[in-house]
Design a protein around this ligand. Sequence first.
Ligand code: TXA
Ligand code: MG
Length: 331
Amino acid sequence: MIITSSQLQQAVKILKQGGLVAFPTETVYGLGADACQEEAITKIFEAKKRPFDHPLIVHIADVSQLSAWAQEVPEMAFKLAQAFWPGPLTLILKKKPTVLSSLTAGQETVGLRIPAHPVAQALLQAFGGGIAAPSANQFTHVSPTTAQAVVEELGDRVDLILEGGTCEVGVESTILDLSRHQPIILRPGMITASALETALNMPILAAEQAETSVRAPGRHHLHYAPRTKTILIKTENITAFLATLTAEDYPIALLSYHSFNVALTHPIHYVKMPSDALSFAHQLYHQLRLLDHQQFKSIVIENVPHGEEWTAIRDRLRKASGSVDFGENSP
Ligand code: TXA
Ligand code: MG
């Protein structure tokens, strides 16, 4: 175990007193507070400068706690819990009336997740209750995948940061809304639609396919974004794009999973990414953060393959690049 019992006790004490504890999960680091304390929840929004209309996810230790938060726990939730929890899946369920509306941003639903990281597990078990935790970054910025990144994002706005190494998954959980007549993915993650469909033995909608009264997270222009201008380009157009750059466009960084051989008058800082989706996701935010610290005029990213295992990564890259998006790769 990478956490001592005295650190654990200190963390629980801070949470009980209404303070903020950042902790590792297998996806990204979370900024945690007691999900039953109004003032503690307010502190999360203030520390992140997050608008109050963005609801928080509640982290719990055990499936038996679902009924403390959800009005009804549908059979589907138990099936998914069995298949994917603890793990990178968040379920949206109808909330109990007792759940604070500041937590759910006034919605009648609540997001719930059992994280797999041993430190998160230890914390949840020692605390006993639900821990509200968004990603531990400033609103719209890249989520932290190391404790050091949490320090950069939040500094002394957080009372304690629990160290838990580098997050294994590296992008945020899949969010599945079970509060409607049909399950809908509100945010893709590394647990894919097919994996969910297999576990449930029924079709699942992606948010884009659903009627869009659905509140899809991160729909914001420039969510999950570095501060440096970030440009997303499909593979076949990279070489041509690079050829159009002039002296004042440099220095740039190129994040790609291919090697590009172009005759260039200016050097490019080239970051070779893995060509499998799991390793790519694991590294993505860390690499974006490293590049953001350097003085590049832009970060150019090769768009990733079309396959389903890349869906979450494609989604985050599109959001990181905002409007500067030059297309997707073909199937
Ligand atoms: O992997 C994760 O999910 C990480 C770790 C820390 O657990 N957490 C995370 O939280 O990404 P956050 O707050 O950064 O993103 C959660 C998203 C938000 O965009 C929020 O709008 C959405 O989930 N959400 C939360 N509760 C919801 C609800 N009741 N209905 C619809 N969307 C909800
Ligand atoms: Mg977030």
